[in-house]
Structure formats: structure tokens, C-alpha cells
Design a binder for this molecule. Structure first.
Ligand code: C2E
Ligand code: CA
Ligand code: CA
Ligand code: CA
Length: 276
């Protein structure tokens, strides 16, 4: 863009400045919102092959006083760039563990999946704090799964591997989120001994009728089985997809076909009805 001439360059400077400003005000609003209790944690059920709800995934929402409910796609990146992701991640983990403790009074076998940004693994002080948060909520680390996307181990492999190993030794399981959308999926599994992989929605969408889509999903499930890694299918929207994934041998399913992410009370209502 710089070599495109003076006018263009000036234009880009202005819009970049604008963007930086928007970014700054959004990250300030985010920190303020965290202090003022504007963030809520919703839960989406994850259903095991047995037909029981085995986990819930914590998904954060911003209940903005004027802009209403904001989905994480609109603020996670800003939180990552501004460093607020650590405070946001702590909030989500603490809230979700507190809610899990309550849910376990009714559903003692329920587990919790929580998203972690790869950037949260750039600070070696985080694991000890997370374990403390979990303990304070009277939740066992073995009831918690951390979901992380494939990009994680690219920059600082060794240190991040140590952090993950430490958390695994304490009982936390790891799921590779959006599996199959990164560029090194298969070799990644060798470096990152995850307990679970979450097949991205893009592998579920073509099911059950698309032959190539079916072949692709089948291969990924078989590979996971060979490596003794459990599989979760994301973005299951239809009964036909659910049946197909079941036939393929996927261990867990999640998606609008079962339930959207729900506030705690709504989740409990849904769980009661689902079990009938
Ligand atoms: P994700 O971890 O891959 O979560 C799945 C997303 O797909 C969620 O969007 C969920 O609402 C949506 N989804 C679930 N089932 C279906 C379905 O059947 N159809 C469709 N079309 N969508 C479905 P959401 O809640 O907007 O979250 C978006 C992303 O934001 C998440 O993707 C995750 O990467 C990130 N995120 C959410 N909460 C947190 C958090 O607490 N911390 C961090 N670091 N990231 C988070
Ligand atoms: Ca996830
Ligand atoms: Ca995902
Ligand atoms: Ca995703």
C-alpha cells in the first residue's frame, strides 16, 4: 500500500489510525466491562455416544449495556492483542468452575470444557493460577478440559509443551479445537498429546450425503481411533448428521441439533428435559 502513491498512503494512514483508535477504545471498554460484570458465560451441551450429556463447553458473551449481547468473535482478538485475554480467561474459568460445582449437585458426572487462547500459554505463570482457580471452586482438575486451537505450539514450542504437560499431570485434559482447519493437523498430534480432538464444523457440514466429505470425516475419525484420541464433532445441526457421525464412531457430538449455548438456568432446564 505504501508504494501506491501519496494520496493512497495518506488515506491508509488515516484509516489505520482510526482502526488503532477503535481498537484502543474497544480494549478499554472490555477491561471496564470485566470490572463491571458485563461478561456472562453460556454453556453448550456435549452429548456422548451413550446419549448422556457428558460435558458442557463454556462460551463467553459480552452483555454490553447499549450494544446488547456480543459474541466472542467480535472481541477475543482485541482481548488477545491488548493483553486483556488473561483477565478474561481467568474470569471465564472461575465462573465456569463455580457453575460446574453447582451443576454437579444434579449431574455428578458432568465435565467442563473451557477455551484457552494460545496466547494464554505465553505466560508461564498462568497454569498455577488456573489450578488455583479450579481448586477454589472445589472442582477437580480431572473434570476440566482445555480447548485450544492448532496454532498454539508454533512460536514457543518447548515452553508451551512444558506448561501443557504440567497441567495434564494435574489431571486437566486437552482438546484440539477446530481440528483439521490448521495447516499441520497430523504432525501436530505427535507434538501435542491431546486426549480429544474436536472435528471442525466444516467437516460436519457436508454430511451425510457428500461422498468426499464422508470419506474425509471417516479418515479423521479412524486416525483418532488409531491414536487412541477421543473425538468430538462440532456444529452438528441435523438429525441426519448426528446419525452419520454416530455410524462413523465419533465419541461426542455438539451443535444446534442438540442445543445452542445457553445461560446457566436455561441449560439446567434443557438438561432436565433432555433426560426425560
Ligand atoms: P469454538 O470454540 O470453536 O466454539 C464453537 C462456536 O460454534 C461457538 O460460537 C458456538 O456457539 C458455535 N456453534 C456451536 N454449535 C453450532 C452449530 O450447530 N452451528 C453453528 N453455526 N454454530 C455452532 P461462539 O460462542 O460465538 O464462539 C466463537 C469462538 O470464540 C469459539 O469458537 C472460541 O474460539 C472463542 N471463544 C468463546 N469463548 C471463549 C473463551 O472463554 N475464551 C477464549 N479464548 N475463546 C473463546
Ligand atoms: Ca471450543
Ligand atoms: Ca471449535
Ligand atoms: Ca472456532
Amino acid at each position: 500500500a505504501k508504494s501506491a502513491g501519496r494520496n493512497t498512503s495518506a488515506f491508509f494512514d488515516v484509516s489505520m489510525q482510526q482502526e488503532a483508535q477503535n481498537h484502543l477504545s474497544l480494549s478499554n471498554a472490555l477491561r471496564e466491562g470485566l470490572k463491571n460484570g458485563q461478561f456472562k458465560v453460556f454453556y453448550q451441551p456435549i452429548v456422548a455416544k451413550s446419549g448422556k450429556v457428558s460435558h458442557v463447553e463454556a462460551l463467553v458473551r459480552w452483555l454490553h449495556p447499549t450494544r446488547g449481547l456480543i459474541a466472542p468473535g467480535a472481541f477475543i482478538e482485541v482481548a488477545e492483542k491488548s493483553g486483556a485475554i488473561h483477565a478474561l480467561g481467568d474470569f471465564v474459568l472461575a465462573q465456569a468452575c463455580q457453575d460446574l460445582a453447582l451443576l454437579k449437585q444434579h449431574w455428578p458426572h458432568l465435565k467442563l470444557a473451557v477455551n484457552r487462547s494460545p496466547l494464554e500459554f505465553n505466560d508461564a505463570a498462568n497454569p498455577a493460577r488456573w489450578l488455583n482457580i479450579i481448586q477454589l471452586a472445589h472442582v477437580k482438575p480431572s473434570d476440566v478440559i482445555f480447548e485450544i486451537t492448532e496454532s498454539l505450539l508454533m512460536p514457543q514450542q518447548a515452553r508451551q509443551q512444558t506448561m501443557i504437560q504440567h497441567l495434564q499431570q494435574q489431571g486437566i485434559a486437552f482438546a484440539i479445537d477446530d481440528f483439521g482447519t490448521g495447516y499441520s493437523s497430523v504432525s501436530y498430534l505427535r507434538r501435542f498429546p491431546a486426549e480429544l480432538i474436536k472435528l471442525d464444523k466444516s467437516f460436519v457440514d457436508p454430511l451425510p450425503h457428500d461422498a468426499d466429505g464422508l470419506a474425509m470425516a471417516a479418515v479423521l475419525v479412524q486416525m483418532a481411533k488409531a491414536l487412541r484420541i477421543r473425538t468430538v464433532a462440532e456444529g452438528v445441526e441435523t438429525k441426519a448428521q448426528a446419525a452419520c457421525l454416530d455410524t462413523l464412531g465419533v465419541d461426542y457430538q455438539q451443535g444446534y441439533y442438540y442445543a445452542k449455548p445457553l445461560a446457566l438456568e436455561k441449560l439446567m432446564d434443557w438438561m432436565r428435559r433432555f433426560e426425560q
